[in-house]
Design a protein around this ligand. Structure first.
Ligand code: PLP
Length: 389
């Protein structure tokens, strides 16, 4: 727990920005339906840029914060056995009941307090649609802003402070003008920073006083060793979003869940289409929930690798690596385009972050296997030599 005092925390106050992620154009230009004479949709949907991701191929893929390790073969075989026994012609559970029961036992949390969906992205979209308003930080995980915008939900984002500190005072003030849903990734994405427990406590208490729902997005919590289940247990204004896409190594399977008070889950569940979790996804989840120990050893390996990467990057002549409590590292470079292209030329794919406010020059690299990380470091230092020459 950090020793930050309330006044130190308050010093990180910042102005409010709206739709921060859209302050600069994203790569894709939306097509205009007007040209086609189709006027069927709500006008605000015309102007939306698509999700800021462009698929690229490279031998070493460190751009999506996936696990570099596939599901252990033994578990894959068990999944395949289950799939063979599955009747593909039958619909799955209405609300993923069996998965929720298993997950409830795994978490020691009531099944009525869980919503399972094909990806936590869908749960973000649902929460943004259901919300009276959405409050966010900036920069932040772009799908919060995007979802609010698609849903026409009023949206505000408060800029992070120096070194990506939580703007606690400004957030507490914003919670006075409510209620609504506050999305807070913790550890934070894309800055990789874990916020202090006191700060989260203040927000949770304020949410309880003002009727907000504080949604802690714990997509990366295993890499930080953090867990806000105890807080959610005592405060129904706190909900947790989790995903199977990162530490569990199941990005392609598409599964995420919400942990919240049963009353909150009831509302959210209504937005998930009936039979929404595919039967094959459910079988994978049932298998890993029977044998979850592989996750811990992968997390340990990736945390050790992350620390090695961070130590090595500290000696980089021109790049600054920010501390990380996740499976990725945010790097500030003199020129994000040059860094991205320079790495790509050496077979390494990372993600640009420089289009977000406050992240000028930044790229993000996922922690890979030891060999992938070694090759990444080699490429990163080779670039410095080229630019110094
Ligand atoms: C903070 C955060 N939340 C949610 C997600 C989405 O996860 P899912 O794969 O479950 O949709 C991601 C994915 O990168 C993320 O970084």
């Amino acid at each position: 727990m950090s020793g930050a005092t309330r006044s130190q925390i308050y010093a990180n106050r910042g102005p409010v920005v709206k739709y921060a992620i859209f302050s600069q154009p994203l790569t894709s230009t939306p097509l205009s339906l007007d040209n086609r004479g189709v006027k069927a949709f709500k006008p605000h949907l015309q102007e939306l840029p698509s999700y800021p991701y462009q698929k690229s191929e490279a031998p070493i893929k460190l751009d999506q914060n996936e696990s570099p390790y596939d599901l252990p073969l033994e578990l894959k075989k068990r999944v395949l056995q289950r799939l063979q026994e599955l009747n593909f012609n039958r619909y799955p559970d209405l609300h993923a009941e069996e998965v929720r029961q298993r997950l409830a036992a795994f978490l020691d949390w009531p099944a009525e307090g869980l919503v399972v969906a094909p990806g936590s992205n869908l749960l973000i979209q649902i929460l943004a649609q259901a919300a009276e308003q959405v409050l966010d930080t900036a920069p932040s995980f772009p799908h919060y802003a995007f979802s609010a915008r698609v849903a026409s939900t009023p949206y505000r984002a408060i800029p992070l402070g120096a070194d990506f500190a939580l703007p606690l005072e400004a957030l507490l003030e914003a919670l006075e003008a409510g209620p609504g849903v506050l999305f807070l990734p913790n550890p934070h994405a894309p800055t990789a920073r874990l916020f202090a427990e006191e700060e989260i406590q203040y927000l949770a208490e304020k949410a309880a006083q003002t009727g907000w729902l504080l949604v802690l997005d714990e997509a990366y919590h295993q890499f930080a060793g953090s867990d806000y289940l105890p807080l959610a247990r005592t405060n129904p204004h706190v909900a947790l979003l989790r995903t199977f896409s990162k530490a569990w190594g199941l990005g392609g399977i598409r599964a995420g869940y919400l942990v919240a008070a049963p009353e909150v889950c009831q509302v959210v569940q209504n937005f998930v289409p009936p039979f929404g979790l595919p039967a094959h996804t459910a079988q994978v989840l049932l298998t890993v929930l029977e044998s979850p120990t592989y996750v811990q050893s992968i997390v340990q390996t990736l945390v050790t690798e992350r620390e090695k990467l961070l130590r090595a990057l500290q000696t980089h002549p021109t790049w600054q690596a920010y501390p990380s409590q996740t499976n990725f590292i945010l790097l500030r470079t003199p020129d994000a385009e040059a860094a991205y292209q320079g790495l790509l030329r050496q077979g390494i794919l990372v993600r640009r972050q420089d289009r977000y406010p406050g992240l000028e020059g930044c790229i993000r690299v996922s922690v890979g296997t030891p060999e992938e990380n070694r090759r990444f470091l080699q490429a990163a230092f080779a670039l410095a030599e080229v630019s110094h020459a």
